[in-house]
Design a binder for this molecule. Structure first.
Ligand code: ZN
Ligand code: ZN
Length: 83
């Protein structure tokens, strides 16, 4: 089986794993976070992140949707009285 090349979703380090490790969870040698080896087929391209509340496109590291105020980590909208 061909090696699988993919990026760590935590530190973006490019990694290679034997093809038979697809679907397994390994520790990233760079940042030591657990990552899942993707199925073969090259580097996995992540779909654009969108707000689960209003479907606006979000930047890579956004935790708060600027369109509707949805907080991704809290899983709820931030209620504001600012209008
Ligand atoms: Zn990593
Ligand atoms: Zn939103």
């Amino acid at each position: 089986m061909a090696d699988i090349e993919f990026k760590c979703s935590h530190c973006e380090q490019v990694l290679e794993c034997p093809g038979d490790m697809a679907g397994e969870t390994v520790d990233c040698p760079s940042c030591e976070n657990p990552i899942t080896v993707p199925l073969p087929g090259g580097i996995i391209v992540e779909p654009p992140r969108t707000c689960p509340h209003c479907s606006s496109e979000l930047s890579d590291h956004a935790v708060l949707c600027i369109q509707c105020g949805y907080h991704l980590k809290l899983g709820q909208r931030m209620e504001t009285d600012l209008g």
